[in-house]
Design a protein around this ligand. Structure first.
Ligand SMILES: O=C[C@H](O)[C@H](O)COP(=O)(O)O
Ligand SMILES: C=C(OP(=O)(O)O)C(=O)O
Length: 364
């Protein structure tokens, strides 16, 4: 549609505008039944209880860096569901089902933006594929975690999500803090990509209060959103350009920043990204250090994030070659076997922390 008289001054750099399906239509096509609604509510409540330390388990957000092949993601989900069940006394597992990739410069922006992986940008198919996969993963009995990058997409998928993230590149953005203030699930705020943690603490404070801002409603119409504020914010330490921030000293620094801001002293450690230098082989080393901190009684660490898929490492998106099934096309991931080992180690550490606390309580 052209507004009369604006032909030479508007849309000078827009190539084409394609209609987008509405959130209401997509949610009508791919609804959550009552069982799934209850599962999402229970998932969010379970995450909140871990964050509040009313539950002494460890939240583990684990899964591929990005979903590019729904079949492989479901294959992964089936394995994760089994081990999540086996370790459920110690770990609250949430599957990373990430569809939106923030890029440092340019690169594939994720399955919602480009489901065909070829730059054709069929967002309608991307949203449908993403929601359909989310519903399947919920049906399998797993909780789901996503990063929210585009301020419009939550209306299409957020009803399925138990844990959300605001990423390192957007944690300073007012738009994303406002968005977080209205999201229905707990939100992890990553430290900034240069390593600054204070910005994530600021983000938690900003998102915890009500905001008013323009958005879209479920019918897709422009709407003024009046949010209530999200009090389930927490920091995610992911390292930064200067190096990692998962060790005991970095954890103590981050907890101090939270304390000084009058916020709950709790955080999640991302074993990937700049905590591993994006080398998947370093994630188990990060986990070993975190496990030692847990076993030593550190209660400020309430969760861990892992990037893991079926096959170790990563591959380039190369249209001339067939992709390796179950291997990341964004950041390098742990293999399935490595993931099992790492999850078992974390469960052991949680048991050690629990035992230590029980002894402390007995002595007291
Ligand atoms: O998690 C994935 C990546 O780290 C993030 O999308 C940034 O990737 P890039 O620096 O390769 O663009
Ligand atoms: C992009 C991600 O992380 P970060 O924002 O920490 O780079 C991610 O977890 O996929």
């Amino acid at each position: 549609m052209t507004i009369t008289g604006t032909g030479r001054i508007s849309d000078q750099r827009i190539d084409k505008i394609v209609p987008l399906t509405t959130p209401a239509l997509l949610r009508h096509e791919l609804p959550l039944d009552e069982t799934l609604v209850s599962a999402v509510v229970e998932g969010r409540q379970a995450v909140t209880r871990v964050l509040d330390r009313a539950d002494d388990r460890l939240l583990v957000v684990v899964g591929p860096c990005s979903v590019h092949d729904p079949a492989a993601a479901l294959d992964y989900a089936a394995r994760l569901r089994d081990i999540a069940g086996r370790l459920a006394d110690d770990l609250l597992v949430v599957m990373r089902v990430y569809f939106e990739k923030p890029r440092s410069t340019v690169g594939w922006k994720g399955l919602i933006n480009d489901p065909a992986l070829d730059g054709s940008g069929d967002v309608n198919t991307g949203l449908r594929t993403a929601r359909s996969l989310l519903v399947e993963v919920l049906r399998m009995g797993l909780h789901v975690g996503c990063e929210f990058l585009d301020p419009i997409t939550p209306q299409y998928i957020a009803d399925t999500v138990a844990w959300g993230a605001i990423g390192a590149r957007t944690v300073e953005s007012q738009v994303h803090r406002q968005l977080a203030s209205g999201l229905s699930m707990p939100i992890g705020m990553k430290n900034r990509s240069d390593g600054n943690v204070a910005t994530a603490v600021d983000a938690i404070r900003a998102a915890s209060v009500p905001h008013v801002f323009p958005g879209i409603d479920v019918s897709g119409a422009p709407a003024i959103m009046h949010t209530r504020g999200n009090t389930d914010g927490h920091v995610v330490l992911r390292g930064g350009r200067g190096g990692p921030n998962y060790d005991a000293a970095a954890v103590a620094d981050a907890l101090r920043l939270l304390r000084e801001a009058g916020l709950p002293e709790r955080l999640v450690i991302d074993a990937s990204h700049d905590n591993s230098g994006k080398d998947h082989r370093r994630q188990p080393l990060v986990v070993a250090d975190v496990a030692d901190q847990l076993a030593a009684g550190q209660r400020g660490i309430v969760g861990v994030m892992l990037e893991s898929f079926l096959v170790a490492g990563r591959q380039e998106l190369d249209p001339t070659r067939e992709l390796v099934y179950g291997q990341s096309v964004t950041d390098a991931c742990l293999s399935w076997d490595q993931t099992e080992g790492v999850l078992t180690k974390l469960a052991d550490a949680v048991r050690a922390r629990r035992a230590r606390r029980a002894v402390g309580q007995t002595l007291a």
